[in-house]
Write a protein that binds this ligand. Sequence first.
Ligand code: F6P
Length: 324
Amino acid sequence: IKKIGVMTSGGDSPGMNAAIRSVVRTCAYHNVECVGIYRGYEGMMEGDFKPMDARSVKDIINKGGTVLKSARSKEFRTPEGRKIAHQKLMDVNIEALVVIGGDGTFNGGLVFNKEFDFPIIGIPGTIDNDIFGTTHTLGFDTALNTVVECIDKIRDTASSHNRLFFVEVMGRDVGHIALNAGVGAGAEEILIPEENLGLERLLESLQRSKRSGKSSSIVVVAEGDKIGKNVFELKDYVETNLDEYDVRVSVLGHMQRGGPPSCFDRVLASRMGVKAVESLLEGKSNYMVGLINNKMTLTPLEQAVKGKTQIDRELLRVSEIMST
Ligand code: F6P
């Protein structure tokens, strides 16, 4: 392989830039040319490419977002779109791809590989940590730190006013951010899609905590929680049923996706970039790089997209004990 393309696609996450830097520098180290592809599969179909050498990625290890930009492409889901994209890669002799993103990105890569036998390695980049085959996706750790910092601030005002706060955090289908940040920030209750606490039990738990002498509380709610009410409806429900509570809602939103990556995410990104490029150079394809037991691993892309992550039951139990 003489030329590798690198791109970021889907929702951005802190650490993507550090991963781009690592891919580019690993290519330079092995005397392989590297080309940045802008805006994911969208830019691939438009031939929006830029050659990248080792110096072109200076000063980005510490930056959130992605210098290559990101997009979600509808056209790439069609055979015609993928044919155009393939031709654009052929035109500039790109022979293999490192794709950084989540399931959508990997699904696109899998189909593309099937149709054109094009070598692809994936790097998991999403704050949700919902990718099978790695204990940590890029950006998860940074997002946790951001959420904990925000909840610490919310706690100050919650306790000054003896209030109950529902804090909604990201996690479209999973509760990893909610559970980990909830434990880290000392939340009273954590509502996640994997475990339906139920409205009755939520009320009981809040009553119990009031009786035990707590004057303020934080309940962390994952965006994808299945309790049947959104955070604003939850607020109304609790205020209607427990009139002793003064309730507020805070939706943290996209701030969770931004900011400088944590040291953990920078190191992870650097390791994943090296592993991705070197795997391609060893002739491997259709794998996702991951972190398991602190070792770099390869999981077949197909398994990475089909597999489901599990919630950490032990952590769930810790959170229950901590809210005693
Ligand atoms: O990247 C994952 C995620 O942050 C989810 O937690 C969230 O539901 C979604 O992306 C929001 O995506 P967007 O606003 O970019 O469409």
